[in-house]
Write a protein that binds this ligand. Structure first.
Ligand code: NAD
Length: 416
């Protein structure tokens, strides 16, 4: 078993939770594998008249709690094992926030940067022709992920509706708002993360409006976290932020909204007026109350975990902490909000989109945010209670909460 294979990692994480829960052998084995997966070979007519053949996948990991749900990645390095791992993680993510959905994921091996808009549209439609009959609001619902956009979701919905011959906007989420997208989807991931930081701060009796924080990865999730942290917690100082080209620091706090504008205008955080440079390594080891890793996997490892000084680590990114680092952080007393809890706000609002599409009535932004807050707060509480009761770190506790719920649904159905 290669430790670099993401699906092997996902299975190993499940194994640990299954053992701790005392899960019976059949249920454990069932949850280690996708229930169903599709592999496609798609011939795409290119703009120059030639034909190129693309591979695509859709994995429906587990549907015991409801229709499967999960994004579509278009990436040159996509593999079936990455898709399987992400589908497994979606199963645990929908379960931890207790929404009535299972987990799925899909992808196409391609480099969208090398495709024209017309080629992207034809590829999106080809994918739906290949898998459309297996999708639907009561079967499996895709969404955007790496390198897929609301526009791609719109083409896919259009192709699907042409296939089935009736309106069915809930078959895909992350759509543009005029086509049935939800209010509040844009900042939902970061917002959900800040809600769970707020709950943590209450539990740890920290002065909520005075928390210092740092953000590694100033993209979609990181930028929203920068401003929402202050908006939701009523204050705080953003000490540092970074992107792939380096970071900026100010001991008295950076103006979060101005830094977002600077990033959008110049494409980077570097050279922000009134700041000094800080490296990506230093930002992870900064003395602060909350660290938001919001870039890539494996940012906190065995090598630097001992140097992390933040009291709370809120994982907006997927997989930023390695399993070895997790143990070190737990022993040091760092409070980690694990990825599939901390960044579950996105899928939660995707679920709200599906709900609104189904009853064809649309909520206000205020309603979306209120419901998201309730879901994230309840999920946080379930994980914290499990961690306290079983004396395990938060990630294992989150797994235990999620896996127990999926296992219960499998048993109630009479599968195991
Ligand atoms: P994004 O591409 O908008 O932003 C990523 C940012 O990270 C970029 O600013 C990039 O410059 C920066 N970055 C790259 N390498 C870096 C490095 N070594 N050090 C510091 N910064 C670096 O992506 P995003 O949508 O914000 O997603 C970020 C993470 O959050 C990913 O792990 C993603 O899977 C996860 N996530 C995002 C969402 C969402 O709704 N956007 C939902 C769930 C999980």
């Amino acid at each position: 078993m290669s430790t670099l294979n993401p699906f092997a990692i996902a299975q190993a994480q499940l194994d640990e939770a299954a053992e701790k829960l005392g899960l019976d052998k059949a249920t454990h084995e069932l949850l280690r594998w996708p229930m169903r997966e599709y592999h496609f070979t798609m011939p795409l007519r290119m703009d120059d008249g030639s034909t190129r053949v693309f591979k695509g996948y859709r994995v429906q990991y587990n549907a015991a709690r409801g229709p499967t749900k999960g994004g579509l990645r278009w990436h040159p390095d996509e593999t079936i094992d990455t898709v399987r791992a992400l589908a497994a993680w979606m199963t645990w993510k929908t379960s931890v926030v207790d929404i009535p959905l299972g987990g799925g994921k899909g992808g196409i091996i391609c480099n969208p940067k090398e495709l024209s808009n017309g080629e992207k549209e034809r590829l999106a439609r080809l994918f739906i022709r290949a898998v459309g009959h297996e999708l639907g609001v009561d079967r499996d619902v895709p969404a955007p992920d790496v390198y897929t956009t609301p526009q791609i979701m719109a083409w896919m919905m259009d192709e699907y509706e042409a296939m089935v011959g009736h309106s069915h906007p809930g078959m895909i989420t992350g759509k543009p708002i005029p086509l049935g997208g939800s209010q509040g989807r844009g900042d939902a991931t970061a917002r959900g993360g800040v809600y769970v930081v707020r709950e943590t701060a209450k539990d740890l009796k920290m002065d909520m409006g005075k928390l210092t924080y740092a953000i590694q990865g100033f993209g979609n999730a990181g930028q929203f976290a920068a401003t929402l942290h202050q908006e939701i917690l009523g204050g705080g100082a953003l000490l540092a932020a970074s992107d792939s080209r380096g970071g900026v620091f100010c001991k008295d706090g950076l103006d979060a909204a101005a830094l977002v504008r600077h990033k959008l205008e110049t494409g980077r955080v570097a050279d922000f007026p009134g700041s000094t440079p800080i490296s990506n390594e230093e930002i992870l080891e900064l003395e602060c109350d909350v660290l938001y890793p919001a870039a890539l996997e494996n940012a906190i490892t065995q090598k630097n975990a001992n140097n992390v000084k933040a009291k709370i680590v809120c994982e907006l990114a997927n997989g930023p902490t390695t399993p070895e680092a997790d143990k070190i952080l737990f022993e040091k007393g760092v409070f980690v909000l694990p990825d599939f809890l901390a960044n579950a706000g996105g899928v939660t609002v995707s679920y709200f989109e599906q709900v609104q599409n189904t009853y064809n009535y649309y909520w206000s932004l205020e309603d979306v945010q209120k419901q998201l807050d309730r879901k994230m707060t309840d999920a946080y509480r379930a994980v914290k209670d499990m961690s306290d009761k079983m004396k395990v770190h938060n990630r294992l506790a989150a797994y235990m909460v999620s896996v127990a719920r999926v296992a219960e649904a499998c048993k109630l159905r009479g599968w195991v």
